[in-house]
Design a protein. Structure first.
Ligand code: FAD
Ligand code: 2HG
Ligand code: ZN
Length: 456
């Protein structure tokens, strides 16, 4: 941005939100300029923190006039470099817009501003006797706006669906500066294009989401978690498939490998889960209004290939079991900046993929390490590669190319961001990408919202 336009934009932003909410100081900006993995780092002239939808609309209008690009940012836990200013964009942080309205128990819905954290929304729903069923490891920092923008999946998707399935209403400022607000919460409403669905997964390229109306579900107060050990990925995948049909209270089915569990134990000084290690572990959780332990235990007893099992029905032991899974991301982060390749594999290819992919990675980068874990119940495997330079995206090409060849998705739940836009064509046809471009042009005619994200 040229210096004169720079100062007029900053002055305009200060007029809109007040000078205390335009951050220009380099030290404070830093946290907004670098992503969670530290793989993506950029810079911004300013971080602006609006408090109302009207302020967001005024910011978008100003940036349109000045032809200045914007990166919307929530909790900055995104893993594809989509929420940080890599080309000098202004950061619009939703961090002050955190209000959560009283739960509408009769409608089983909740209205919330986009900057509220997922954990705060879940807590509000729980306090009202219901549940917001999306959950993920970054719950304490990730925001509802970020969840909507990335269409976050998480650990309970097999039972409740992802974020898109929960969003019944939305308020947002489009890239053309207009405010759209559809928050009545009518679940049957076939009056044309469904903007909440369109904005789910739009990664900040069409609109800045300012509030949402979310569907809530039954609160299950009884919960049981089991860690099951297997000799092979094949046995683990087959067991998960059987469990999914055997018990309809299954909320989560997560897979980790021995190497990942050892890494977690070493990084956080934890004891291993069993007296002896096993090649593969599956963490399953069932939840119900009455105790699901007998149902889960019965279904596990009928499985083939379970070499050992640990079952927990109290909060503290359940948390201990979940740590072997949830601490993977942090433990891998201790090894340096990973390449994170979040993919979905067709069920029948899962085991072969997990066997093959480390070999393909080693062929390209003999010193690299491949870490595999994820939401096996829906085929979503997190391929993390360490020991490769952050900007060496040849490794991304190897993994994503293979995923596309076998009919998988190159982004299961994290989005395309800047990290994967080069490979969007592997999954999306020319016609689909052109349709997306047309939608982008219609809603963001000046191309100011996240111009370096999603579309190649
Ligand atoms: P940010 O990182 O701030 O932004 C992400 C994207 O959304 C960017 O493109 C940004 O521009 C856009 N955006 C943010 N807010 C808005 C808004 N209000 N309006 C428009 N665009 C906006 N993801 C999963 O899906 N499942 C998981 O299980 C999961 N587990 C995770 C575990 C850990 C430890 C970590 C660090 C991340 C995990 N993630 C997971 C990824 C991440 O938490 C999600 O993508 C989350 O939805 C991002 O929310 P955020 O508020 O941090 O968004
Ligand atoms: C998870 O499921 C997150 O833990 C993060 O989606 C995955 O670190 C990753 O690659
Ligand atoms: Zn995940």
């Amino acid at each position: 941005m040229p210096a004169d336009s720079h100062s007029s934009v900053l002055a305009g932003l200060e007029r809109i939100v007040g000078s205390g909410h335009v951050i220009t100081d380099a030290d404070t900006r830093r946290g907004y300029e670098i992503d969670w993995t530290a793989r993506f780092q950029g810079s911004t002239p300013a971080v602006v923190r609006p408090a109302t939808v009207a302020e967001v609309a005024a910011i978008v209008e100003l940036c349109r006039l000045e032809r200045v690009a914007i990166v919307p940012q929530g909790g900055n836990t995104g893993l594809v470099g989509g929420g940080v200013p890599l080309a000098g964009e202004i950061v619009v942080s939703l961090g002050r817009m955190t209000a959560i309205d009283d739960v509408d128990v009769a409608a089983r819905q909740l209205t919330v501003q986009a900057g509220a954290t997922l954990a705060a929304v879940r807590a509000a729903a729980t306090a009202a006797g219901l549940t917001y069923p999306v959950d993920l490891g970054a719950r304490d920092t990730a925001t509802i706006g970020g969840n909507i923008a990335t269409n976050a999946g998480g650990i309970n998707l097999i039972r409740h669906g992802g974020t898109r399935e929960q969003v019944v209403g939305i308020e947002a400022v489009l890239g053309n500066g207009q405010i759209v607000r559809r928050m009545s919460g009518l679940v049957k409403d076939n009056t044309g294009y469904h903007l909440p669905s369109l904005l789910c997964g739009s990664e900040g390229t069409l609109a800045i989401v300012t509030a949402a109306r979310l569907r809530l579900t039954t609160r299950y107060d009884h919960r049981v978690t089991a860690l099951l050990a297997f000799a092979t990925v094949e046995a683990a995948v087959a067991a998960v498939a059987r469990l999914r049909t055997a018990i309809d209270t299954l909320e989560a089915a997560e897979l980790v490998l021995d190497a990942g569990v050892r890494l977690v134990c070493a990084a956080f000084d934890r004891r291993p889960p069993f007296a002896r290690p096993h090649p593969v572990y599956v963490l399953v959780e069932a939840a119900d209004v009455t105790d699901p332990t007998a149902a889960l235990s019965g279904a596990v007893a009928a499985l083939d290939g379970v070499e050992d099992a640990a079952v927990a029905d109290d909060e503290s032991r359940r948390t201990q079991l979940w740590r072997y899974r949830e601490e993977h991301t942090l433990a891998i982060g201790t090894l340096g900046q990973p390449h994170k390749l979040d993919v979905t594999i067709p069920q029948h290819q899962l085991a072969a993929f997990m066997r093959d992919i480390p070999t393909r990675v080693s062929r390209y980068a003999p010193d690299a390490s491949t870490w595999l874990f994820g939401h096996v119940g829906d085929g979503n495997i997190h391929v993390n590669v360490t020991g490769v330079e952050p900007d060496d995206d040849g490794i991304d090409e190897v993994v994503l190319g293979h995923v596309a060849e076998i009919g998988g998705s190159i982004s299961a739940e994290h989005g395309i961001g800047t990290a994967k836009k080069r490979w969007l064509h592997l999954n999306r046809s020319h016609a689909e990408i052109e349709a997306m471009r047309a939608i982008k042009r219609a809603l963001d005619p000046d191309g100011i919202l996240n111009p370096n994200v999603l579309l190649p």
